[in-house]
Design a binder for this molecule. Structure first.
Ligand code: SF4
Ligand code: SF4
Length: 189
């Protein structure tokens, strides 16, 4: 399988290039419906509409310096409402893969959190909050970071939102075969 090894685990290498991503967006007419529909656009430094334009123009540096695609929560609302029927959420996913493969990640917190999250889901079949945060703190290599999260952690524990026990939905390792199969399919497509 084509992949690169990182301290956080395996990341499939992006098969996309900026040219193939541009192809997905060539019919964008810049109407802005996607931006108007995006619940996260208020926090983005470049609106989705502007991001598509930068992709059309091939401005890689600006695209990958932006936090926009890492703030996308994959809600598919822009995709649903685009009058041209463009695969916008998939485009964002492709940009995320490209950025990770090329080492262009302005905001390292997002990808590290994603990887920590997926690591626990892969292991238990659902997220295990204690392990998720442990993995995330280790990946950030900042000994003071757990202190910043401590008040929130205590609050969540008091409300019973953080379960210390190991989830038993699938049992440890039961999703491994599914993950491997998906990796195999993705690397062969
Ligand atoms: S809604 Fe579709 S056509 Fe309109 S700006 Fe967004 S991507 Fe382009
Ligand atoms: S999929 Fe991403 S870009 Fe599209 S509306 Fe949702 S958060 Fe915004």
């Amino acid at each position: 399988m084509t992949e690169q090894q990182t301290s956080q685990g395996r990341i499939p290498l992006a098969k996309e290039s900026i040219a193939s991503v541009r192809e997905l967006l060539k019919e964008c007419m810049q109407c802005g419906t996607c931006t108007g529909s995006c619940a996260n656009s208020y926090a983005m430094d470049i609106t989705p509409r502007k991001l598509w334009r930068l992709v059309q123009l091939g401005f890689q540096e600006e695209i990958f310096a932006s936090r926009t695609f890492s703030l996308c929560s994959s809600c598919y609302y822009c995709t649903l409402r685009c009058p041209r029927g463009l695969p916008l959420t998939e485009t964002i996913h492709a940009l995320k893969r490209l950025a990770a493969a090329q080492g262009f990640v302005a905001d390292k917190k997002g990808p590290r959190f994603y990887r920590s999250f997926l690591g626990t889901v892969r292991r238990y079949g659902r997220v295990r909050e204690m392990e998720l945060m442990g993995r995330y703190f280790l990946s950030m290599k900042n000994p003071l970071l757990p202190l910043a999260f401590a008040p929130l952690g205590v609050k969540l524990m008091l409300k019973g939102k953080v379960a210390p026990e190991i989830p038993r939905i699938f049992g440890p390792g039961k999703l491994e075969a599914i993950y491997r199969k998906v990796e195999e399919l993705e690397s062969g497509s």
